[in-house]
Design a protein around this ligand. Structure first.
Ligand SMILES: [Zn+2]
Length: 306
């Protein structure tokens, strides 16, 4: 009889313990909707500039894979591969630019099922609408802070236990944009409405923020963006901007070049117009989005100073 009682007590204790463990696990699962304790949030960014920003906010608590990161190729012409699909299959959070810049992501996401995965599109975060909007949203430095806010919010929702770290990193990131914003303001104050040109509308939002007047024919910039040859009329208009010295600076996209853009660059050089290089993606040798953008705006200011 005695041993039977002890056995009964032991079984009861085991059952109570089992219920307690299941309850604790259930509570933890609720507060950690996607990642369990000590597991890093898996983030896939379509482009390395967004990947760099989200990795600064996530710090050690996340792992980031950036798909487009080759500085020597034109991102508009990127073709995805099986490696990209595999990264998306294990992602908790996916970041797209949108606006046709990374349509390949939609195709990859549609064939890779993953219920716990959240997809953030920067065009939706910024609520970009209209006909043929400029897709180079990471040059809209005045609004990059709002994009970072959305990244922080998504990470905190995926991994609430590290919310304080994400919040602190967000503040650090936003503060570090100040030298870039100050330089943009300096250009705006010193060179109001100065005429400039670009080979592609990569720095379009930056030029608007800096109060500069982009003179490139829309058709010319559009054709270069799509990897086509501009019309003879648009090419002639662009050439005349250089030969007549109608612009102060040529901003040259070093990542989408052709014989047409090289010709324009040569004409600018011959006319004594400073050429400032800009790139689509974060180049090798630039540790952060901010260091890259600061270098570019400083080069622009220096070129305007002459
Ligand atoms: Zn582009």
């Amino acid at each position: 009889m005695k041993t039977k009682n002890i056995r009964r007590i032991v079984i009861s204790v085991i059952i109570i313990l089992a219920i307690a463990i299941v309850t604790i696990l259930a509570i933890q699962y609720k507060t950690n909707p996607s990642v369990s304790n000590n597991q890093k949030v898996q983030v896939v960014a379509a482009e390395n500039f967004w990947g760099n920003i989200v990795s600064q906010i996530g710090g050690d608590h996340i792992e980031v894979t950036s798909i487009i990161s080759d500085p020597s190729t034109d991102p508009h012409l990127y073709e995805s591969n099986a490696h990209d699909a595999a990264a998306l299959a294990r992602a908790n959070l996916v970041i797209n630019n949108g606006l046709g810049y990374d349509d390949f992501m939609d195709k990859l996401l549609s064939v890779s099922h993953n219920d716990s995965r959240q997809v953030l599109s920067v065009d939706k975060i910024l609520n970009i609408t209209g006909d043929n909007p400029n897709p180079h949203l990471w040059y809209d430095i005045l609004r990059v802070g709002a994009v970072a806010d959305a990244f922080e919010e998504a990470l905190a929702a995926k991994d609430p236990s590290n919310t304080n770290a994400y919040k602190a990193n967000l503040t650090t990131f936003k503060n570090s944009l100040k030298p870039i914003l100050d330089t943009i303001q300096e250009i705006k104050t010193k060179y109001p409405n100065a005429p400039v040109a670009y080979t592609e509308r990569v720095p379009g939002y930056l030029l608007t923020a800096a109060g500069l007047d982009a003179k490139t024919p829309t058709g010319f910039a559009g054709a270069i963006e799509e990897g086509n040859d501009p019309s003879p009329a648009d090419t002639a208009t662009m050439d005349v901007l250089m030969t007549n010295r109608s612009i102060r600076i040529l901003l040259y996209n070093a990542q989408a070049t052709s014989s047409v853009t090289e010709h324009v660059r040569d004409l600018a050089k011959q006319a004594g117009i400073p050429v400032v290089g800009v790139t689509e993606t974060l180049p090798k040798g630039e540790p952060t989005y901010q260091s890259w953008q600061l270098d570019q705006v400083k080069s622009l200011l220096k070129a305007l100073e002459g």
